[in-house]
Design a protein around this ligand. Structure first.
Ligand code: DX5
Ligand code: ZN
Length: 209
């Protein structure tokens, strides 16, 4: 069964503490970090994350959309990140970033943009806790899910059955069944959860309950 990780990017940033409370039923909270370089947008930094750390016991699944993630690994670990995911397309050596994540004590993950071949991930998969398959171009919430990357989930599940597979971008009531059928373990959803009147109900429906 898939579980839903609400993506804070779609929350009301003027009341983040209350927003986290609205999704307290979720085990995992997805936190998007952008640098204005790897993606053409900025979101929040370690200080915001740290101030939320005391408000919840949820797993912080940190999605680092950074051109140079390496030097930021200890910073986001100290800010409370439990799972640290960076992009295979970044400008640092993925092996070095993975080593830094291991050393920090966080769980390592790689994310992959829609146009990047899934094979690029294979050399690293045995050392990963999770892969985040992007079904939109990273950088913005509220986009439409691209179906082609769902094939990557099937491939990854076949080759690396123990790897946790997350899907990120455009997951809503219409597209969640496709993601679940493809074999995704975690459905990351921003708009689909935070813009719903009842986030708990939205999460249950996305999960397929
Ligand atoms: C996009 C982020 C996503 C985003 C998803 O770069 O990685 O996590 O918040 O938002 P929705 O669910 O609205 O597509
Ligand atoms: Zn994300």
């Amino acid at each position: 069964m898939a579980i839903v990780a609400p993506s804070l990017l779609a929350a009301d940033f003027s009341a983040l503490g209350e927003e986290v409370n609205r999704v307290r039923g979720a085990q995992i909270l997805h936190i998007d970090i952008m640098d204005g370089n790897f993606v053409p947008n900025l979101s929040m930094g370690p200080q915001v994350m740290k101030s939320l750390r005391d408000k919840t016991d949820q797993v912080f699944d940190v999605h680092l959309m950074l051109l140079h993630p390496l030097s930021y690994i200890p910073i986001f670990r100290r800010a409370g990140g439990d799972w640290l995911t960076f992009h295979i397309e970044c400008a640092d050596d993925p092996r070095k970033v993975l080593a830094a994540i291991e050393e920090s004590g966080a769980k390592p993950g790689l994310a992959i943009k829609p146009a990047t071949p899934v094979e690029d991930l294979y050399p690293y998969c045995d050392n990963l806790h999770s892969v985040t398959v992007m079904t939109v171009e990273p950088g913005f919430g509220g986009q439409k899910l691209q179906r082609a990357p769902l094939e990557k989930i099937r491939e990854l599940k076949k080759r690396f059955p123990r790897l946790l597979i997350k899907v990120d971008g455009g997951v809503n009531l219409d597209t969640a069944p496709l993601c679940r059928q493809a074999g995704a373990d975690v459905l990351i959803a921003g708009t689909g959860v935070f813009r719903a009147e009842n986030p708990a109900r939205a999460m249950a429906m996305l999960q397929g309950d």
